[in-house]
Design a protein around this ligand. Structure first.
Ligand code: PHB
Length: 359
């Protein structure tokens, strides 16, 4: 029977088990948003996961929306990531980088030359952004002109090539959680009247163009995708999520990606608060490898994989606090709890100092 400890092949990536480390923003990049030796140590410690998905990593300067998040668009960043992938590979692990553009979830203080953030439409998100010094209200973004879209797609292509140069096993295109590609996908944030807005086919166009371009550049068998059909994080909604995302996954089938990574519900929110969505229907419509994420523990993760609801489970909080999560699962050992005060601060504290069973 297939379970969390079974090996798997996702496209060109061989996984020793189906325990995936989910992408986690940690805000510890060095100057120039370069991944550090400390990041290499953090990921190395977690290399017994079947697959590590890195923290979200902007594809271009405009894609940044938080302080100290590592990019994948400069030579120094590529070199920094090479240190990470070398450390993970030496420890026998596999690692894919999550490619990010935050779109409107940024602020002029975080943008080149203090420019407005870009988005499908000039709609201001409710809420605030941390600029590195203080919390500020989100601003009304600038709607991208259609003539800018090819350049945007090229940013993803270059980032995917950079990821291969840095030694990654694959990439994950981040099209969830209210960031740029999700802002195009979902109806509350996309009011465009050109080829990139309107019905689901138009709203999905940019995502599919990005996927086709990165698959062309590095091979479909190294490309994964993250979606979050009903999250409300970052002030986003869709008037008919089932219809939108049924369409998207059907468009994915002929593209034969390495994996699809679905965040169920809203990140961090309890299950009772999730908007209804039929994930089994998505599973049935989708032909490829499916990673599920959000609040799973060992028992529910085992049940989901052995029951065929997904092919792997991504763990965030558990993997953050338990570098040797796979060994702990195998032995039924007690788990460390995350230090929530040090998710986004603390350098090595709350980052590389969680004990393993052998420590
Ligand atoms: C975050 O930085 O808080 C963050 C980044 C990417 C996500 C979700 C949250 O998908």
């Amino acid at each position: 029977m297939t379970d969390l400890f079974s090996s798997a092949r996702f496209g060109a990536i061989d996984l020793a088990n189906r325990v995936v480390m989910s992408a986690l923003t940690r805000n510890r990049a060095g100057d120039g948003n370069v991944p550090t030796a400390l990041a290499a140590e953090y990921y190395r410690q977690r290399a017994t996961a079947g697959l590590i998905l890195t923290e979200a990593s902007p594809v271009c300067p405009q894609g940044h929306g938080y302080p100290r998040t590592p990019g994948i668009h400069t030579d120094a960043q590529i070199a920094g990531w090479q240190g990470v992938t070398d450390a993970v590979h030496k420890a026998g692990g596999k690692i894919a980088i999550q490619l990010w553009h935050v779109g409107r979830i940024s602020h002029p203080d975080l943008q080149p030359e203090g420019a407005l953030p870009v988005a499908p439409s000039a709609l201001r998100p409710a809420g605030q952004v941390f600029t590195g010094r203080e919390m500020k209200d989100f601003v009304t973004p600038r709607a991208l002109d259609a003539s800018e879209i090819p350049g945007l797609v090229e940013n993803y292509v270059q980032a995917a090539r950079n990821a291969m140069d840095a030694g990654f096993d694959g990439i994950e295109v981040h099209a969830g959680n209210g960031y740029l590609l999700d802002q195009f996908l979902r109806s509350s944030t996309n009011r465009r009247t050109d080829a990139y807005g309107g019905g689901k086919e138009q709203r999905a166009r940019l995502l599919l163009e990005v996927l086709d371009a990165v698959c062309g550049a590095i091979g479909n068998d190294r490309v994964g995708l993250r979606l979050s059909p009903v999250t409300t994080f970052n002030d986003i909604r869709d008037e008919n999520p089932q219809e939108t995302f049924d369409y998207v996954v059907q468009q994915l089938n002929p593209r034969r990606l390495a994996f699809l990574d679905i965040l169920q519900g809203t990140g961090g929110a309890p299950r009772e608060q999730w908007e209804p969505f039929d994930y089994d229907r998505l599973r049935a419509l989708y032909d490829g490898n499916l990673i599920l994420n959000n609040g799973y523990d060992f028992v529910s993760g085992q049940a989901a994989v052995s029951g065929g609801k997904g092919d792997a489970i991504a763990f965030g909080r558990l993997m953050l606090a338990n570098p040797d999560l796979v060994a702990r699962f195998r032995r039924g050992a007690a788990l460390n709890q995350p230090d929530y005060q040090r998710l986004y601060t603390g350098e090595e504290r709350g980052y590389t100092d969680y004990p393993s069973l052998t420590d």
